[in-house]
Ligand binder design. Structure first.
Ligand code: CA
Length: 229
């Protein structure tokens, strides 16, 4: 069940919000001051936070700022003043939405549902994008550490895999051999930047159809290498 934290000092409003959200199947926890609300937001897991702006203890602006440093869950800010909306925007607090009091509890429920499904979609999409990189005929499965060229699996050593993945994750960016060496090999490694050249050559043998005109990893003469998007 999704958990929602309501931080609201007006108890009657908080109770009303809680009732409506619970009727819609959410588990709801309330805090009535900024400092206690913030402490709870940071120490427990919630799926969404409804945050009032004018609060005793710490105000909603500061609560939102501190939550955002640690968590990326949706925050809906609630205020009695229309002017506060501009302030929320101006401060770049990262609030996902705001509502001006008075609002109907069913409007709050609708917004909560919308943000929750959007957030869940976002989280799921990001996981897929992070796991697999696909650029033209190359498919790099980062989780399984496997590489497929036009559907056929090729074997890569650990460093070859790391180097290819790093370049593919930063396409169209030219890296010098020194930068690549620092990125892929740790400082204590035996070897020098010539190692990079050797590894690039081995990777190309596996991913390029012909080595004379590389499709993927380009040599930028006098500078370094770039993964072509
Ligand atoms: Ca208030």
């Amino acid at each position: 069940m999704s958990r929602i934290l309501i931080i609201e000092d007006e108890v009657a409003i908080a109770d009303l919000e809680k009732d409506y959200l619970e009727l819609s199947g959410f588990e709801v926890v309330m805090e009535h001051a900024g400092d206690t609300g913030l402490a709870r937001a940071l120490s427990e897991e919630f799926d969404l936070i409804v945050l009032d702006l004018m609060l005793p203890g710490i105000d909603g602006f500061e609560v939102c700022r501190q939550i955002r440093e640690k968590k990326d869950i949706p925050v809906i800010m609630v205020s009695a003043k229309k002017d506060d909306i501009d302030k929320i925007h101006g401060l770049g607090l990262g609030a996902d939405d705001y509502m001006t009091k008075p609002f109907s509890p069913s409007e709050l429920v609708a917004r909560v549902k919308a943000h929750m499904s959007r957030y869940n979609r976002l989280v799921n999409t990001n996981q897929k994008v992070n796991d697999v990189i696909e650029i033209r005929g190359i498919r790099i499965d980062k989780t399984a550490r496997r590489v497929y060229i036009d559907g056929e699996e090729k074997n890569f050593t650990t460093k070859e895999f790391d180097l290819l993945t790093f370049l593919a994750e930063n396409p169209n960016h030219v890296f010098t051999k020194e930068e690549l060496f620092r990125e892929i090999w740790d400082m204590d490694s035996v070897g020098d930047i010539a190692t990079v050249t050797v590894h690039i050559k081995k990777i190309r043998e596996k991913i390029e159809a012909g080595s004379s005109k590389p499709q993927y990893i380009e040599t930028i003469w006098g500078v370094g290498y770039r993964f072509k998007l």
